[in-house]
Design a binder for this molecule. Structure first.
Ligand SMILES: Nc1nc(=O)c2c([nH]1)NC[C@@H]1CN(c3ccc(C(=O)N[C@@H](CCC(=O)O)C(=O)O)cc3)C=[N+]21
Length: 288
């Protein structure tokens, strides 16, 4: 047996085509969506991701504003950039690339952002709204994972889902998303303190591997026919190493390629958050 490919690249292209139309409509009404990125330091991986985000923006007609700070940047320096982006009418949404260098207080910086411009959906107010199950910009990777499953008709309602990894950007947020009434999945959130990882993964209809440990999910841990999503972006000898072993392909019913799976979806949903923020701006401008 071989798994159906959950093609994130193709699904992201469809999302971007829709966004291109909406961006054109916004521009006709005098609003140009603009994404800001704040990158601190010179981690090569982060440089690649940020460059990719600006390319994506150009592709759908979103303006972009790139702010790069040195590895040694102080809290006050990053705060000044955040204040500027909060105030800038050209910037309708922005992200602070994570992780930040150790000297910086990530939580204080996230809290300083205007939640209405939070393109990552990681501002504590917006994550709080997700906990409360009310409308808010959603974290991009979890949102992309749900849309990819829906695109391929993988049932979410009632499914047993093993999420491996409890990071804010993926695991923890995805648990919140999948357990909303509209998704109604049953989620087991596994982490480094989990006693029997293989046991939890084996019961799952959907496995999301977001631990950042190469080949953590092995073939004999996967229930035949399960949908497996690989969020791993570790680099081994310069090549992307996912959290899922390659031969999982032989037992899974659905599998994301990596690259070409979850990554492109994350990027498309970032653009979607920027467009939605601009559309809300346009709506509030037209009623007042
Ligand atoms: N505030 C913040 N928001 C983020 O969304 C965020 C972040 N910080 N820090 C780092 C992670 C990582 N991340 C990726 C996004 C796209 C790909 C992606 O598109 N990858 C391509 C391959 C690209 C390559 O070859 O390197 C693919 O999967 O096909 C990968 C990784 C977003 N992150």
């Amino acid at each position: 047996m071989s798994a159906v490919k959950l093609d994130g690249k193709a699904t992201a292209a469809k999302i971007k085509a829709d966004l291109t139309t909406r961006v054109a409509a916004l521009k006709e009404r005098g609003i140009t969506p603009g994404l800001g990125t704040v990158l601190v330091g010179d981690d090569p991986g982060s440089q690649i991701y940020v460059a990719g985000k600006h390319r994506d923006c150009a592709e759908v007609g979103i303006a972009s504003i790139r702010v790069d700070l040195p590895e040694t940047a102080t809290q006050a320096e990053v705060e000044a950039v955040i204040d500027e982006l909060n105030a800038s009418p050209e910037c309708t949404g922005y992200i602070v690339q994570l992780p930040l260098p150790k000297q910086l207080d990530t939580m204080a910086l996230l809290e300083r952002m205007d939640p209405a411009k939070d393109a990552d959906g990681l501002h504590p107010i917006n994550l709080g709204r997700l906990v409360h199950m009310v409308d808010a910009p959603l974290p991009c990777t979890p949102n992309g994972i749900v849309l990819l499953l829906q695109e391929y008709g993988v049932p979410i309602k009632g499914a047993e889902v093993a999420v491996v990894g409890r990071g804010i950007t993926v695991g923890r947020s995805l648990g919140l998303l999948l357990t909303r009434r509209s998704e109604n999945a049953t989620v087991t959130l596994c982490h480094t303190g989990t006693q029997d990882l293989a046991g939890h993964v084996r019961r799952a209809d959907i496995v999301v591997a977001a631990a950042g440990v190469p080949e953590l999910i092995k073939r004999d841990m996967v229930k035949p026919g399960a949908a497996v999503l690989d969020v791993g972006v570790s680099r081994v000898n310069g090549k992307i190493a996912g959290d899922v072993a390659l031969d999982v392909e032989e037992v899974a019913g659905f599998l994301t390629p990596n690259p070409g799976g979850v990554g492109p979806m994350t990027r498309a949903l970032l653009l979607s958050n920027v467009v939605e923020a601009a559309e809300r701006l346009q709506q509030s401008a037209s009623v007042s």
